[in-house]
Write a protein that binds this ligand. Sequence first.
Ligand code: SF4
Length: 425
Amino acid sequence: MRRGRGRDFGSLWVWRDKCVRDRLGWYYSVATNSMPAKYLICKRVAVNPSIDGMDMDGLLKEYNAALEQFLMLWSSVKSGSIMIKDIPIAETNLLDLLTSIVKRYLRACNFCRWQCRIDRLAGGKLGACRLEAESRVSTFFHHQGEEIVFRGSKGSGTIFFTSCNMRCAFCQNGDISTDRFNGSIVTPYMIALMAYKLRLEGCHNINWVGGEPTIHLHNIVEAIHEMSRFTVKKVSDFEGELFMIRSINADMPYEYAKSINNAFYADEFNVPQLWNSNFFMSKEALNILRCLMDVWLPDLKFGSNRCSLRLARTPWYWETVTNNIKQIHNWNEDMVIRHLIMPGHVECCTKPVLEWVADNMPEALINIMDQYRPENYCDPYSPNYDPAYKDMAKYPSRQEIDEAYRYAKDLNLNFEIITFEKYLR
Ligand code: SF4
């Protein structure tokens, strides 16, 4: 039986699983437009109108107060005791504040753990991500290869940003992550138009990915701010503007039918925000994203800094990524953790990762992926091939994959429904 095709997202078989429904309850409600995305709640949190004149300390103080308001309001919205339509949109609101803070951060970039502190607006000196202030998008499209909870029946609305702050030798998106000039330069407004198009065409979420989305934080926050202004009344205005993003849309020339029924909460544009990331971000970036992301998809790749240094030239990996995932868990956010089984790395990476999940968040949903293929510097048929990664130039064996699954089962992890759904179709 083929499941997940041609069906309404809300009635997909996977939502009948109580555990999946409980862990992803907020995301499900926003995806089905029965709740507003967090960014629509942010619009109702008033902040001091003079944020433009504040220094960083002032902005962060304002943020801490606004965050408290946001969390109270979110809790009331979730419980159904408040409807956002009954709360006026604040003239200067939390979205304005978040936009101001990330623009200020960009002047001494602290978006990720590298903490390069370079001025990306001034240009010239580059950090580990090799980016200045502009963002490039390689493609955007209805992604039918993500987990069923994200691809649903009409796809995950995926926007692929260029470049990365890690250097995974085996990167499965190497063309995007290693070539910072891949794709087209985009403005926040163009990014918001991509989200608009994808959602009206039925996508269940906006999937921020790359490369790595964290290094584009300023433009993504501003894009979310832009999309928060889209209303039913203005929908026809956008149609004529879609030519600006047409060449980046990998769905073309196929055109999906658009419907406002897919995309609005009352008369405001509504779509869940999905952060699909290596999670090597800074605490500061995570705090900004807390008010904007409805669901999280962290990648927990390496079980030790020894492996992250050798295979991704990334120090401080383990403590950074596990602390960030722990924080999301402590905040009680909706999340699916991803782990890719790598050849020769079951003992040093897969097992410590699974043990950490079992010790820290045994109920978390986890996707243990078996689709590793030798790519990028590990692909012997690529001109980029580096023989230093000869040990990674192969697929994980059946034995390794079975051992990973056996270990996860022994730890009683919550992985089977998300990991094996493709075999259930
Ligand atoms: S995003 Fe990360 S790697 Fe890039 S400049 Fe900022 S701190 Fe450095």
